[in-house]
Design a protein around this ligand. Sequence first.
Ligand SMILES: NC(=O)C1=CN([C@@H]2O[C@H](COP(=O)(O)OP(=O)(O)OC[C@H]3O[C@@H](n4cnc5c(N)ncnc54)[C@H](OP(=O)(O)O)[C@@H]3O)[C@@H](O)[C@H]2O)[C@@H](O)CC1
Ligand SMILES: Nc1ncnc2c1ncn2[C@@H]1O[C@H](COP(=O)(O)OP(=O)(O)O)[C@@H](O)[C@H]1O
Ligand SMILES: [K+]
Length: 427
Amino acid sequence: MERASTAVAHQTARFALGRPILVLAGPGNNGGDAYGAAALLRDWGHEVTVAALGTPKSGAAAAMAQRWGGATVALSQAASRPVVVDGLFGIGLDRDLDADTATALCWLVAAADVALAIDLPSGLDTDSGALRGAADGYTLTLALGALKPAHVLHPASTRCGTVLLDTLGLEAQGDWRSVARPSLAAPASDAHKYSRGMVAVIAGEMPGAARLAASGALHGGAGYVVLCGASGGADAIVHRAHGDLDALLEDQRVGAIVIGPGLGRDDAARARLDRVLASDRALVIDGDALSLLGRDLPSAVAARRAASVLTPHAAEFDRCFGASAASKIERTLSAARQSRATIVHKGAGTVIATPDGKILVAADLTSWLSTAGTGDVLAGLIAARIATGGSADEAVWLHGRAASLAGPAFAADTLADHLSEAIASCR
Ligand SMILES: NC(=O)C1=CN([C@@H]2O[C@H](COP(=O)(O)OP(=O)(O)OC[C@H]3O[C@@H](n4cnc5c(N)ncnc54)[C@H](OP(=O)(O)O)[C@@H]3O)[C@@H](O)[C@H]2O)[C@@H](O)CC1
Ligand SMILES: Nc1ncnc2c1ncn2[C@@H]1O[C@H](COP(=O)(O)OP(=O)(O)O)[C@@H](O)[C@H]1O
Ligand SMILES: [K+]
């Protein structure tokens, strides 16, 4: 708590620039951090007011309140100040904020020029990222010890402002980490198109979606991309008829197959899906393929001999694994274990889980990705990374970077054009 209060005081001082500071102190250790920071800021010469909610419950927090020693006002009586430090609740919040607390907090945060949350904005569920009365408008959140799921999961993440992490020297081992820029080498000097990674995309009723996936694979670094059952698309994509599917599944050079984008849900689609599932090729299973399998998906995929990557958005995830109130991280991990597949659970705050229990979160994806077809590009890109010996999280990072490079209001058709620059930044 000493280290936490000091970190909070330092960050606050950097932003306060002499302006009056209001510190909100709750009854738990989050409040303890707040009292300790208030005492330091006062000792450094800042004008500090403390608004208290309840009395400190732990010995450590009580000691910090004693160190503050000065007067406190009740939260409900607090006047606004240009700088607000929120130490009402952190990871110990176990129920919604009551209406009076939520109202006072919302008003004080909104009225401040700078609002800093200690560890978490008060009123967020740490593990699920659900809103439990939190205010809007924080400038920054100083995460203490380690990042918590609420810092990266939607909707909580949208309330945090800029998240800064101070590990406090605790070396806390989290069970998940953020998707990071991969390091990608250029192809070996003796590379050829097949050794670079060969990807097959199986088309269906809506060939445009499969074309987008093929384009994602091609621009994502694959050496050879076959589009099976659809014509058109980039000139470098090789076309095969649906009649060639069995031969393609036998082709040992094929490193990964994408099935699902635009596949359709009729009998022909189902028959193609069953043939592909029975193959010993690595698969990326997306869109209609996920919906066709529905609740049969976990067992159908777990029975496969080769690797599978599933790329559901929220509705597809529920269709395959059932709806639940548990956190996106827990649900994705459980789905990965059940299906013995890597799951890329898409959406604002994409969560990736592997069957061996590794969890990665991509929190800072641009919301311009929410346009039709970007998921198809991602499916192809994942296949390209897998066919070249890489991983799904590399693809998620590249997809996010390409979307940032594409700028606002891009169309999925142009997203793959930015993958080259995204890959170039991964040396
Ligand atoms: N752990 C570490 O390593 C470190 C932890 N650190 C800090 O400690 C923080 C966690 O502290 P914490 O565990 O005391 O929880 P915290 O969020 O202060 O609140 C819990 C209190 O609130 C109460 N309560 C709950 N919900 C409520 C509600 N809606 N409305 C009203 N009351 C409610 C609940 O009591 P109850 O009323 O349920 O008896 C309990 O008294 C963490 O975020 C970080 O800042 C750092 O100092 C450094 C390292
Ligand atoms: N609000 C958002 N913020 C960030 N990324 C998003 C958001 N909405 C969607 N995405 C991303 O955009 C892609 C959309 O995929 P998907 O829903 O399958 O669409 P489609 O099937 O039309 O391609 C996914 O990669 C998803 O993570
Ligand atoms: K807080």
